[in-house]
Design a protein around this ligand. Structure first.
Ligand code: MG
Length: 513
């Protein structure tokens, strides 16, 4: 993010100085070092009207990197700021400005013209781009281009080119803007063109509904490769914000700029992590076979714990992705002479050090034993050299001790069989009802395990060698839902409560660069 941002600022500075050549100039603006674009200004928290000058001013006070607004043109050619095609039930394009302007905004402010809006946006503002959405005309395509021409003329007349980003759902409007001001920054809203297409048409950014990027994750990389800015609208919930932040979006357009700023501050990216691998489970079907492999090796022997489930391979009843989630489901049924079926997935990738973040909801049923954990790359169950080889448990939960989450590390000298494993527990109210982030951060010195923002397990490398710290090597991730076993069935098995599922919204793996 920082690297991209520096590159972006350099490019912006270059554009800025370039576009100043020949005009009076207002000095350089170094836009705020965040990705927050306030959608129709920052209005929500303070109950201001959307698209008001007050909302723009508040976005500037918050130091958002951008504040978005919508431009329309009245019947008599005045450019005004309003989202809907009607204002106080009057169709803007068929009504004269003076007849619209008799109605005030809800905060008593008068209906802003584009000129007044830009003027406010140039005042005491060294942080916030003016993200100017040119609304297509409802009368004709041609009128839309006329509006675009008038907007660009006014921006030039006010020497505001260095502050403005033009956005539109109408591709021809953006092309027109580009012709009138070749140095202008333009972003397309509709979401139906690839970043490579935008690049070839001279458009500077993809400002798409975030679901477009969820269903076209390849466009994120394509945009970065083609130097196309990434912007997503309108993102108001923390999980979506976190995903866009993790993917280094240049801009995130939101009604909740205050929340987004908090998410950015807390994000792994802000703390120096780079996303290296993830599965967002944004597809439908079996788990992605390029990322996951089914682990069945211990089925015959009850996985060393007398477990009651048979892990199946590629059986959608036990492992399935839908509605943005992976479900690993334990079913009470005769399966290969075991009384339950379930699934266990190993990541194909393994990593030495980093941050693993798994957003999951675990089942509550008595007898269930879900786990999110890691074993050394190349290790498989029948190798038998456990636990000397090393094991890191990011989450374990047993249904008879509901909402108590365990984190552990096992090695030759610190292990479960001797009761000497490094371990800690945390009570997470609602862990079986809501999604939480289960996180491991680990390097050669220390490993830490956290739930959401609370780190409750820390094990420092004592420097006493491999028998106590076998963790300086790559580990892969395991997601599984066991049933029974010595621990899982310690208080019996409630046979009325199946099927039971562990659901996972995403797995993200970060490393420090
Ligand atoms: Mg808009």
């Amino acid at each position: 993010m920082i690297k991209n941002l520096v590159a972006f600022l350099l490019i912006s500075a270059w554009f800025t100085s370039f576009s100043f050549a020949g005009n009076t100039g207002k000095g350089k603006v170094s836009f705020a070092d965040n990705s927050v674009v306030a959608h129709r200004g920052a209005w929500k928290k303070n109950n201001l009207p959307e698209n008001s000058i007050a909302a723009l001013k508040h976005a500037i006070e918050l130091k958002c990197t951008g504040s978005e607004f919508d431009v329309r043109m009245t019947a008599d050619g005045e450019l005004i700021i309003n989202h809907d095609p009607e204002y106080n039930k009057l169709p803007i394009e068929k009504t004269k400005f003076k007849d619209l302007a008799v109605f005030k905004l809800t905060n008593g402010e008068k209906l802003p013209t584009l000129e007044e809006y830009i003027k406010a946006g140039l005042k005491n503002n060294s942080s916030t781009r003016l993200v100017c959405e040119i609304k297509p005309s409802e009368i004709s395509k041609e009128r839309g281009k006329v509006i675009a021409g008038k907007v660009v003329d006014l921006v030039k007349k006010m020497n505001a080119q260095h502050m403005v980003v033009y956005i539109s759902f109408d591709y021809d409007i953006l092309k027109k803007v580009k012709v009138l001001d070749p140095e202008s920054i333009t972003q397309y809203l509709e979401g139906d063109k690839s970043p490579a297409q935008l690049k070839s048409d001279g458009i500077s950014g993809a400002d798409y509904h975030y679901s477009v990027f969820v269903s076209h994750p390849e466009w994120i990389e394509m945009a970065k490769k083609n130097n196309i800015a990434l912007n997503a609208w309108t993102v108001n919930a923390a999980p979506e914000m976190d995903w866009l932040i993790a993917n280094n979006f240049d801009f995130i357009t939101t009604n909740e700029p205050e929340i987004l700023m908090e998410r950015i501050k807390k994000s792994p990216i802000a703390n120096g992590w780079t996303l290296k691998w993830s599965d967002e489970f944004s597809y439908t079907g079996l788990p992605d076979s390029t990322k996951w492999v089914y682990d069945t090796e211990g089925n015959a022997t009850g996985w060393g714990n007398g477990e009651a489930q048979f892990y199946t391979i590629a059986r959608k009843e036990n492992s399935h992705v839908e509605n943005g989630k992976l479900s690993l489901t334990a079913i009470r049924e005769e399966c290969e002479s075991k009384p339950y079926s379930s699934a266990r997935l190993n990541s194909k990738a393994a990593w030495q050090f980093g941050r693993v973040e798994v957003r999951a909801k675990i089942p509550a049923g008595i007898g269930t034993w879900p786990a999110i954990w890691m074993m050394p790359g190349g290790w498989s169950f029948n190798d038998g050299n456990w636990p000397a080889i090393g094991e890191i448990d990011i989450l374990e939960h047993v249904g008879h001790n509901v909402n108590v989450i365990h984190a552990s590390a096992h090695s030759k000298d610190y292990q479960w069989q001797a009761g000497t494993q490094k371990t800690a527990v945390i009570k997470v109210p609602g862990a079986t009802e809501n999604f939480h982030n289960y996180i491991l951060e680990w390097n050669s010195e220390v490993m830490r395990i956290c739930v959401d923002d609370t780190c409750y397990f820390e094990y420092k490398n004592e420097g006493l060698g491999e028998t106590k710290w076998p963790y300086n090597k790559p580990f892969y991730l395991i997601l599984n839902l066991a049933v029974g076993g010595a621990w899982g069935s310690a208080e019996g098995m409630d046979k009325t409560e199946y099927p039971q599922a562990m659901e996972v919204e995403y797995v993200r793996f970060y490393q420090k660069m």
